[in-house]
Design a protein around this ligand. Structure first.
Ligand SMILES: [Cu+2]
Length: 138
């Protein structure tokens, strides 16, 4: 029985990972929408929140609940090549190459705790392009 449950969990995690970029169709599960844009300033690179409580904040901490469906939209606002990575969840978005380009990652946080998001292209993480991803238990 326990083994069966573990298999179901592993399969649902795999299916979550393989649907990155797709739109979840579930009606009864809350979807947390988060939008970030990219910014460059001299040697600094960062994410800036768009809308809601993170609007205008640089590298905002993102607060979500475990097992919610989380959809993060990244908008290229500076014309440099970027992506968003969630290394603790094995997720990296497509790259956005041109100003105005968007990419979306959708995932289900399967563990709680303090994690990070970042852009590791062209040394951007070292130039400041990283923030906190805080996942609370339900
Ligand atoms: Cu970047």
């Amino acid at each position: 029985m326990k083994f069966k449950i573990a298999v179901v969990i592993v399969l649902s995690v795999i299916s979550t990972l393989t649907t990155v970029g797709a739109t979840p169709s579930s009606k009864d599960r809350p979807i947390t929408h988060i939008t970030l844009r990219t910014e460059s300033d001299g040697d600094h690179r960062h994410f800036v929140g768009v809308g809601g409580t993170i609007d205008g904040k640089v590298n905002p901490d993102l607060f979500v609940k475990a097992w919610d469906v989380v959809e993060i939209t990244l908008i290229n606002n500076d014309g440099l090549k970027h992506h968003i990575g969630l290394p603790d969840f094995f997720i990296t978005s497509h790259e956005v190459m041109e100003k105005g380009a968007k990419t979306v990652v959708t995932f289900v946080p399967f563990k709680s705790g303090g994690f990070t998001y970042n852009c590791i292209l062209d040394n951007h993480k070292e130039m400041g392009m990283k923030g906190g991803l805080i996942i609370r238990n339900r």
